[in-house]
Design a protein around this ligand. Sequence first.
Ligand SMILES: [Zn+2]
Length: 161
Amino acid sequence: MMVRTQRKMLLRVASAYKTVSAVALQIITGTIPIDLLVKERAYAHYHRQEETREVKERARDNSLIAWQQRWESETVKPNDECMYCGKGDPAEHTIFKCSRWRENRDSAYQELGRELTPETLVMTMITSDTAWKTTFNMIKTIMSAKEKEEMARQESERREN
Ligand SMILES: [Zn+2]
């Protein structure tokens, strides 16, 4: 329930591609899922006798691992066919594989000094503010460009009919 409400908010905030999963949206907007934040708080409360900073760090580590796992399981679900190359089109294809966005990807990888995969995405993003911004901008740029091109295509199909 909370996740659904948060997702609706994020959809509005990110104005992102409509088939992007909740996990991808949370990564795009840089928000740790609310249910994981709730779990962090519960964890901190349960361990309130211990050193606060350490408990918080441990709770955050748990969240990031759970978040990463969610991202991996969400992104392997196929959607429709990709409008550029006809391959299966989950968010993972668009962000990491589709040849249409190779330039965006390459320039981000150059800035990061490494290539990204769905497995390394979250961990790379949290290494530094710069890494976060670079990755965030790459995903956001690709997703919004794709949304625009898809809308333009739908518009021209409408005109033809
Ligand atoms: Zn493609």
